[in-house]
Design a binder for this molecule. Structure first.
Ligand code: FES
Ligand SMILES: [Fe+2]
Length: 427
């Protein structure tokens, strides 16, 4: 349970809020690179942590992320003309470069130097692993570039999608940390989803009373779910949570790894990013085809948007018959929309003063604690917040069988590192 002011503190991320200031110290996945495919392509609206911005790629291919609104009289530059190394406001022709610097005010005499005094706010935007990453923090405190394994494997080895989610980022992310829901909410997907589960894991996962052990890692948490296995062994599924908002799902057999990121759009909406990747091989057509079709951790979108086809307005295409007949535990189809529907049902910002946490919520409790602590330490301690270091990001989840007397953090130590050119450890 959180007090109302703690809930506000941890959920709100607009400019000037403590959590917003913390998040502005990380590189943020902002766009898929395909959204800005070529020089002078149409600009794209981007809202991050309640800031309305415009992303564009100029004539030289340089990336810009600037204030959405023209400094003259506030027109949205989404209507702008992306031409000759800048974005031109269509109202009176003021033009801005990728840094937000105004480079032309056609109505004023050039010799007045007026445009030199006009600058919109502008942030750095870089391309890594098929994603455009934004840095919204103080320029002198910029962290090293993103090193998450999914952002560093070749394009053939990964599949990345994103969708909007109509709730606060934290309740969405808490769903990714809370592995105990898998045995319930996704119960009937464990045997019929090609990516989620093999025969062995499905057997284990039918045990709905795993023991959870949560320990701190350098960049976040390790959430170990333990189930009984053959003679004197435990079957462990270990989830990585990497600050501030990444999770990696323990793999199944030889399948690809999966992961998520939850990025605040504003306090009542977030982006849910979903990635599949394999460190040592290309994804096969048989793997990619269902991902493109919105299966596994991905989802089907309303064409031309990032809004899921199943959404609040159509009750997530709830199928009571499928629920009754044991084809879907909640009646909603697909893992991602099962997650989104129950998370959005909590309301735009979950009221955590009324929750009743149990032992399986330990991961969530510790994640909140680490986030609050990092926000409070900001500016005092100096240095990078946890999760910024490349070593914090080059990690993996694992599923493995260990002797009962071995602590999982020790037994799985090697399996939890993204060693280059090694396959994930997974049974
Ligand atoms: S409002 Fe943009 S140029 Fe006038
Ligand atoms: Fe889930």
């Amino acid at each position: 349970m959180l007090r109302a002011e703690q809930n506000d503190y941890i959920c709100r991320t607009g400019p000037g809020t403590p959590m917003g200031e913390l998040f502005r110290r990380y590189w943020i996945p902002a766009l898929l690179a395909v959204e800005l495919p070529e020089p002078d392509c149409p600009p794209v609206r981007v809202k991050l942590m309640s800031e309305r911005l415009i992303a564009f790629r100029d004539t030289q291919g340089r990336l810009g992320l600037i204030d959405e609104f023209c400094a003259h009289r506030g027109v949205s530059l989404w209507f702008g003309r992306n031409e000759e190394s800048g974005l031109r406001c269509p109202y009176h022709g003021w033009k801005y470069d990728v840094t937000g610097q105004c480079v032309e005010v056609p109505s004023e005499p050039v010799e007045s130097g007026f445009c030199g005094k006009i600058k919109l706010k502008g942030y750095k935007l870089i391309e890594r692993g098929g994603v455009l990453w934004a840095y919204l923090g103080p320029p002198d405190l910029e962290p090293p570039e993103p090193a998450h394994e999914w952002a560093t494997v070749p394009a053939t080895h990964r599949f990345i999608s994103k969708r909007t989610q109509e709730c606060n980022w934290l309740q969405a992310m808490e769903g990714g940390i809370d592995s105990s829901h898998v045995s319930f909410l996704h119960k009937f997907n464990l045997h019929n989803d090609a990516w989620l589960g093999n025969k062995r894991s499905a057997n284990y996962l039918s045990d709905t009373r795993p023991r959870f052990e949560v320990v701190q890692s350098d960049g976040g948490l390790l959430i170990g779910a333990r189930r009984n296995a053959e003679d004197g062994h435990y079957y462990w599924r270990i989830t990585q949570w990497i600050m501030p908002w990444y999770t990696i799902i323990p793999p199944f057999g030889t399948a690809s790894l999966g992961g998520h990121a939850w990025v605040p759009i504003d306090d009542e909406n977030c982006w849910t990013w979903s990635m599949n990747w394999h460190p040592t091989r290309a994804l096969s057509e048989a793997e990619l085809e269902p991902m493109r079709a919105g299966k596994g951790i991905h989802c089907e979108l309303v064409p031309g948007t990032f809004r899921p086809r199943a959404n609040q307005d159509n009750d997530y295409l709830m199928d009571r018959r499928a629920q009754r007949e044991g084809r879907s535990f909640s009646g909603v189809d697909g893992i991602s929309m099962q997650d989104a529907s129950i998370q959005e049902s909590m309301g735009p910002i979950q009221d955590r003063t009324r929750e009743n946490l149990v032992s399986t919520d330990n991961g969530i409790i510790m994640a909140r604690h680490r986030l609050l602590k990092a926000a409070k330490a900001l500016g005092k301690a100096g240095g990078l917040p946890p999760g910024c270091e490349p070593a914090h990001q080059r990690v993996r989840s694992a599923s493995l069988v260990l002797p009962q007397d071995v602590a999982f953090k020790e037994g799985a130590k090697d399996a939890l590192v993204a060693w280059p050119q090694t396959a994930p450890v997974s049974v």
